[in-house]
Ligand binder design. Structure first.
Ligand code: PLP
Length: 399
């Protein structure tokens, strides 16, 4: 009955763990769920009010496929204000979340066997989206000792004549790693020197505004104007404005690519909701102080969690520079025995063990890095304290 492609489609490890966590909670267990990647803050009220106004004003009809004029104007302005990227309304794609934009970019460009380079650990969906579109995911390994930062030599070694895309996601889901200007410049040097001058680069900046310790956000299209014809810069309102449910993501890039993505979207869902688009205009053009406040709140939670994790022997957690995830190294616990004598054979066993101890996490293998785990700290201080306390007690029971 099903297409061959379905065989390669795995259930999302994030959704799988979230579902186990929901079931455990429904069965009466007290679980701190740290699986999901969405801010726990509500959408700021002025954004919701703009959506209500849009309904009252009758903004309820089809919009252009690549987004309403007002939204694309706001996006052009956003790319200039925040990123120093000069773009125009014709070079903008708006979709149902960054996910749809990324999906369409790969669908429009990948032929069977084309390779997509992604530093690991990577957002699990990239892998599936690449596979669904006939591409081959080529992870580029990183280490916790180097803060999960891709090394230019590793990038150079990974590029072949089959490379079609390089994906850079900073700050990263799941590691929280954020690239500095110098690091991005070193990647650009490798790209410029490469024998393959055809491949495209996707800069996924969706966590741009959640960046800690006073760091300045940098993105490829701003740093390397000479590569602009090969760069798709993806962003959206989900994470910065707590608007995951509104489904608005966008990108700017070379017109031919944007046009191809628009052609696909026309036959998929036409466009995201006109009401959501009006809300996104309010998010991008309205006051930004809440974004700054929420970033500070995430940083305080990161600090709290890292402080508690430093008290857990064997758990090594590089300091995330942005987003709202930590990605600890749990390899010291692999091979240890639980109280019932059973061995923890891998990161999935470890995550299952922690669920039994009342904390839901996602195993690192879901992000292309077995032996690690991802925890989202988009939750209250009280829950973070509880989670750290439970993890500490659980690993102390291992022998
Ligand atoms: N990119 C990364 C790295 C993400 O983590 C996510 C969501 O989790 C997205 C893109 C897509 O977000 P949305 O489709 O809500 O815009």
């Amino acid at each position: 009955m099903f297409a061959k492609m379905m065989e390669s489609l795995r259930p999302s490890p994030i959704q799988e763990m979230a579902e186990l966590s929901r079931r455990a909670t429904a069965a009466g267990n007290d679980i701190v769920d740290m699986t999901l990647g969405e801010p726990d803050f509500p959408t700021p009220s002025h954004i919701g009010e703009a959506a209500v106004r849009a309904i009252a004003e009758g903004q309820t009809r089809y919009t252009p496929i690549n987004g309403s004029v007002r939204l694309r104007e706001a996006i052009v302005e956003k790319f200039w204000r925040d990123n120093g990227i000069r773009t125009s309304m014709a070079d903008i794609s708006v979709g149902c979340g960054g996910k749809q934009v990324i999906y369409q970019a790969f669908l429009a460009t990948l032929n069977p066997g084309d390779e997509v380079l992604i530093p690991a650990p990577y957002w699990a969906s990239y892998g599936d989206i690449v596979t669904m579109n006939g591409g081959v995911l080529k992870p580029i390994g990183t280490t916790p000792e180097q803060g999960y930062v891709m090394q230019p030599e590793s990038l150079q070694a990974a590029i072949t004549s089959k490379t079609k895309w390089l994906v850079l996601n900073s700050p990263s889901n799941p590691s929280g790693t954020a690239y500095t200007r110098t690091q991005i410049e070193s990647f650009c040097e490798v790209i410029r020197r490469s024998a393959n001058q055809e491949f495209l680069i996707l800069a996924d900046d969706i966590y741009e505004h959640i960046l800690f310790d006073g760091r300045t956000f940098c993105t490829l299209a701003n740093i390397a104007a000479d590569l602009a014809g090969r760069i798709l810069t993806v962003n959206g309102v989900s994470k910065a404005y707590s608007m995951t449910g509104w489904r608005v993501g966008f990108a700017c890039g070379p017109k031919a690519l944007i046009d191809a993505m628009t052609k696909i979207q026309m036959q998929v869902n036409s466009h995201t909701s006109s009401i959501s688009q009006a809300a996104a205009v309010a998010a991008l053009t309205g006051p930004q102080d809440e974004v700054v406040r929420r970033c500070a709140a995430f940083q305080a939670r990161r600090d709290l969690l890292l402080a508690r994790f430093s008290e857990i022997e064997g758990l090594r957690t590089p300091t995330p520079e942005g987003a709202f995830y930590v990605f600890p190294d749990i390899r010291t616990f692999i091979g240890k025995r639980k109280a019932d004598g059973e061995v923890i054979a891998n990161d999935v066993d470890f995550a299952t063990y922690l669920l039994g101890a009342g904390v839901a996490v996602v195993p690192g293998s879901g992000f292309g890095m077995p032996g690690f785990m991802r925890l989202s700290y988009a939750t209250s201080d009280e829950k973070l304290e509880q989670a750290a306390c439970r993890i500490k007690a659980a690993v102390e029971r291992l022998s």
